[in-house]
Design a protein around this ligand. Structure first.
Ligand code: ADP
Ligand code: NA
Length: 327
């Protein structure tokens, strides 16, 4: 495998949805075959930038761990761990925060969006991208799989690597983005917005633990339009195009192949085909998540093992950082 190290994080939102799977987790799984060193973190330090119920947070971390394993993250080939169990993240974040100017953070999209929703945000929410930079640099990561919405945050990590190197001598490699090539999966009820865990609408989001019946129902209710033919044109026909894109992604067929197969079928019948393809793809994952969720001891063991391996990498890096800073 090529040199380099992959790092990515996901918030403990419980069981992921189809958008998370197709947009991120599926590629996380395949990166295990490409890179020799891969770290995936369940980022609970990031999660508490929004209010969290402690019992639910703990459960959500375990549900995310079960889901990542069920999707194919292999704890023998990847370091899968819970961010808060590796204290070095917070310490490096502090040091990097002292190299970051206030205006540099003010214009980053997440702060602008989430602090506006709340009218004010915490200091933690404001410095969230600095913690992300620390997550990445702590392992001297070279490659970071990100969605488009995270590109500006990765640029901050690149800047901070440069700034640190400038002040304290060449040390951190500049991490590079591995941009997800898949289009965002759209909400089934409003194809102008992305599928999201926080969507309050019923039937808008497919969870990896939805039963086959749930999936059939949700896709049957998916918003399409008044044309019954199946075509792919995301700009003018976002609803049916989202179904085609999902169908293509879960089946491995190209968009053109999917559309060709659907020739002569109306959208109502086509939804049945899409639902079958989604069920076929998710069913083994759903069953494995259920099996793992019943085995809390095992999940805790996997996370403890991951944290130990992460610490083994993080600790010499932080030791060197401390030395250079003058501690
Ligand atoms: P959510 O919006 O449901 O809270 P996150 O923002 O936590 O999801 O995203 C976690 C990962 O999943 C990120 O890499 C993000 O780019 C990806 N992701 C989230 N929603 C979608 C979607 N609808 N389609 C494709 N990828 C998505
Ligand atoms: Na989000």
């Amino acid at each position: 495998p090529p040199g380099g190290r992959v790092f990515s994080g996901i918030q403990p939102t419980g069981v992921p949805h189809l958008g998370n799977y197709l947009g991120a987790l599926e590629s996380w799984v395949s990166l295990q075959d490409v890179y020799g060193s891969v770290l995936y973190s369940i980022v609970d330090l990031h999660a508490i930038t929004q209010p969290q119920d402690p019992t639910l947070l703990r459960q959500n971390v375990l549900d995310m761990a079960a889901s990542l394993l069920a999707c194919g993250i292999d704890p023998e080939r990847s370091i899968l761990f819970q961010q808060s169990q590796v204290a070095e993240h917070a310490e490096l974040s502090w040091i990097l925060g002292c190299l970051t100017s206030m205006p540099r953070l003010r214009h980053l999209p997440q702060w602008k969006m989430k602090s506006k929703q709340k009218n004010e945000g915490s200091v933690g929410l404001y410095t969230y991208p600095v913690l992300q930079a620390a997550d990445i640099l702590l392992y001297k990561s070279s490659h970071v799989p990100v969605g488009e919405d995270q590109v500006q945050h990765l640029e901050l990590a690149q800047d901070l690597a440069r700034v640190f190197n400038h002040h304290y001598g060449e040390f951190f490699p500049e991490p590079r983005a591995l941009l997800s090539s898949t289009r965002k999966v759209k909400s089934l009820r409003d194809p102008s917005s992305k599928m999201s865990k926080s969507d309050p609408q019923k039937h808008a989001t497919i969870s990896l633990t939805d039963s086959p019946d749930d999936i059939v129902l949700k896709i049957r209710r998916a918003v399409t339009d008044f044309t019954s033919e199946v075509t792919y044109d995301p700009d003018t026909r976002p609803g049916v195009s989202n179904l085609v894109a999902v169908h293509s992604a879960v089946s491995g067929l190209t968009v053109e192949e999917v559309v060709r197969q659907a020739r002569g079928i109306d959208t109502a019948r086509y939804k049945q085909l899409v639902a079958e393809a989604v069920v076929q793809r998710l069913e083994p994952i759903r069953l494995e998540i259920q099996r793992l969720k019943d085995n809390r001891d095992h999940l805790e063991k996997v996370l403890a093992h991951g944290a130990q391996k992460a610490r083994e990498l993080a600790s010499p890096v932080l030791k060197e950082v401390r030395q250079r800073v003058g501690f």
